[in-house]
Design a protein around this ligand. Structure first.
Ligand code: ADP
Ligand code: MG
Length: 453
C-alpha cells in the first residue's frame, strides 16, 4: 500500500517536489487504525505534516479504510535506513533540481536555474481575443513590448480558473525572449515558496534572492497560493520592492483582484494594486465559439459548426475544459477515422457533458410552471386546492422529482411544507395523466425540455 501511495503522491506533486520532501519518508509501524511515517529531521516532519498531512491521511484511508490516522514522527538514529525507502530508491536528491532547460534557444535570457520553462503553445498568436479578455490582452501585449512602462508595473492579471491568465503570462515571456536581451523568470507562487524553503534548507537564501533580484521581468502565477504563507509573502514582498525600485517589471496573476485577496498582507496588496490591474471576465458564447473555431482549425480536423455551438453552449465554465472536450473529439475522430457529428459528440463526451448538465433548482421549476399555466408563484406553496392551481403544483413537484436529486420530503418542504406522501401522490398522478392525456403530456415534456436546456 505504501508503495502505491508514494507513487500516487509523486504523480500528484511532481518529481522535484517529491524528491525534496517526500522521498525520505520511511514507513514505520502499521497498526490497526494508525500508521506511522518516519522522517529524518524535525524540519521535514513539520513540513510534510503541514503541506501533505491531509493528503496522506486521505490516501491511506483509501488504501486501507480502517486507518484513521497517519502519525508523522522524527526517526531515531537507529531507525535511519542505509538508503531511504522510496518508490525510486536509486535516486535520493534532497534538494530540488533546477527547472528543466527553457524552451527558448536563447537560454541565457532565461534564468534557467530558477524559472520554470514556458509552454510553447501559450503565445499571443494562439490567444483568442474577445470582449471578456481584450483589456487583459492589451495590457499583456503592452508589457511585452515595453516592460516597466509607467502605469503598467506591476501588471496584475486576475480572473477565474481556466480563463487564460497563465497563457497570457507565458505569452509575455515568450515575446520578451523572442526579442532577446531580457531576462525573464516565470514561476507559480507555489514554486516560489518551495524554492524559497529549499533555499533556506540548503542555506542558499542569499543566492536565491540575488538570482531573483537580477531578472528584468519577474512573473509570479497564482499568487493566491501565498495566502496564509506569511514568511513566503514577506520574502516575495521584499523581492517585489527590490525589483520595482530597480525599474524591473513584475507580472502577477491571481484568482481575485488585489483588494479581494483578503489574507494577503495589506502593504503587499496595496503595492500590487498600484500598477495596472486587469481582469479577465468569464467567457461569452461568442468568445467560446471563436476559441473552438481557432483550435479546430489548428487541428486540421473538420468539426461541424453545429458541434462547436453545442460545446460552446454546454461547457461554459472554463476554457481548459472546453479545450479538453474538443481535443477528445478530435483524438477520437483521428483514431477511428470517422467524421465528427452531433451524435458522436454526445457519445464521446458523455461523461463531460453529464458533469456540465445545468443544475435545475426547484425554485426555477416552480417559476417556469407557474408562468406556463399563468398562476401566481406563491400558489406553489399555498394551501389552495382549486384544480387550476393544484394541477400545476403537482406538475412542478413531478418535475422537481425528475430533474433534481432532492428527496421527497425536501421537495415537500419547498411546496409550503407539504408531506412527502403528497409529493409521492403528485408524481404518480402526473404520470397517470400523461399516459391518458396526450396534450397534457406534451405540455409537461415541453416544460421539461425548457428547464433542461
Ligand atoms: P488560468 O491560468 O487562467 O487558469 P490558462 O491560461 O491555464 O488559465 O488557460 C487554460 C487553457 O485554456 C489553456 O490551454 C489556454 O491555452 C486556454 N485558453 C484560455 N483562454 C484562451 C483564449 N482566449 N484563447 C485561446 N486559448 C485560451
Ligand atoms: Mg493558471
Amino acid at each position: 500500500a505504501w508503495a502505491r501511495i508514494a507513487e500516487r503522491m509523486r504523480t500528484e506533486v511532481g518529481d522535484v517536489e517529491y524528491r525534496t520532501w517526500l522521498q525520505q519518508i520511511v514507513l514505520g509501524p502499521v497498526e490497526e487504525d494508525e500508521v506511522t511515517l518516519l522522517l529524518p529531521t524535525r524540519f521535514l516532519r513539520d513540513w510534510v505534516r503541514t503541506q501533505y498531512g491531509d493528503r496522506l491521511n486521505t490516501l491511506w484511508n483509501q488504501e486501507i479504510p480502517a486507518i484513521r490516522r497517519v502519525e508523522l514522527q522524527v526517526m531515531r538514529p537507529g531507525e535511519r535506513p542505509a538508503a531511504p525507502i522510496a518508490a525510486e530508491p536509486s535516486e535520493s536528491a534532497p534538494v530540488p533540481e533546477p527547472a528543466a532547460a527553457p524552451v527558448s534557444d536563447r537560454a541565457s535570457d532565461m534564468r534557467s536555474d530558477l524559472a520554470v520553462p514556458l509552454d510553447p503553445r501559450f503565445t499571443f498568436d494562439t490567444f483568442v481575443v474577445g470582449k471578456p479578455n481584450e483589456f487583459a490582452y492589451a495590457c499583456a501585449r503592452r508589457v511585452a513590448e515595453k516592460p516597466s512602462s509607467v502605469g503598467f508595473n506591476p501588471l496584475f492579471l486576475y480572473g477565474g480558473v481556466g480563463l487564460g491568465k497563465t497563457h497570457l503570462m507565458h505569452a509575455i515571456g515568450a515575446e520578451l525572449m523572442r526579442n532577446g536581451g531580457i531576462s525573464v523568470a516565470y514561476m507559480s507562487a507555489e514554486k516560489f515558496m518551495y524554492r524559497f524553503i529549499a533555499a533556506i534548507r540548503s542555506q542558499s537564501t542569499v543566492e536565491f534572492k540575488d538570482h531573483l533580484r537580477s531578472v528584468d521581468v519577474l512573473m509570479i502565477d497564482d499568487l493566491q497560493f501565498l495566502i496564509g504563507k506569511d514568511n513566503t509573502q514577506e520574502e516575495f514582498f521584499h523581492t517585489f520592492n527590490a525589483l520595482v525600485d530597480a525599474g524591473r517589471q513584475i507580472v502577477v496573476s491571481a484568482d481575485k483582484s488585489p483588494s479581494d485577496l483578503s489574507g494577503l498582507e495589506d502593504r503587499l496588496r496595496t503595492r500590487l494594486g498600484c500598477g495596472m490591474v486587469a481582469d479577465i471576465h468569464a467567457t461569452t458564447f461568442e468568445l467560446r465559439i471563436s476559441i473552438l473555431e481557432a483550435k479546430a482549425t489548428a487541428s486540421g480536423v473538420h468539426v461541424p459548426g453545429k458541434v462547436l455551438e453545442f460545446l460552446a453552449h454546454k461547457i461554459t465554465s472554463n476554457v481548459r475544459e472546453l479545450e479538453g472536450a474538443l481535443n477528445r473529439l478530435i483524438a477520437h475522430a483521428n483514431l477511428f477515422g470517422r467524421p465528427i457529428t452531433l451524435e458522436s459528440t454526445q457519445d464521446v463526451l458523455h461523461d463531460i457533458l453529464k458533469a456540465h448538465d445545468r443544475r435545475v433548482t426547484i425554485e426555477e421549476i416552480q417559476r417556469k410552471v407557474a408562468e406556463h399555466w399563468n398562476i401566481r408563484l406563491t400558489d406553489m406553496s399555498s394551501a389552495r386546492r382549486a384544480r387550476a392551481v393544484a394541477r400545476p403544483r403537482q406538475v412542478a413537484m413531478y418535475l422537481a422529482k425528475q430533474l433534481t436529486s432532492r428527496s421527497l420530503p425536501e421537495i415537500g418542504r419547498k411546496f409550503g411544507n407539504r408531506d412527502h406522501t403528497t409529493v409521492m401522490h403528485a408524481v404518480s398522478r402526473v404520470q397517470e395523466l400523461m399516459e391518458r392525456d396526450g396534450a397534457f403530456a406534451e405540455d409537461v415534456e415541453l416544460l421539461r425540455r425548457m428547464l433542461e436546456s
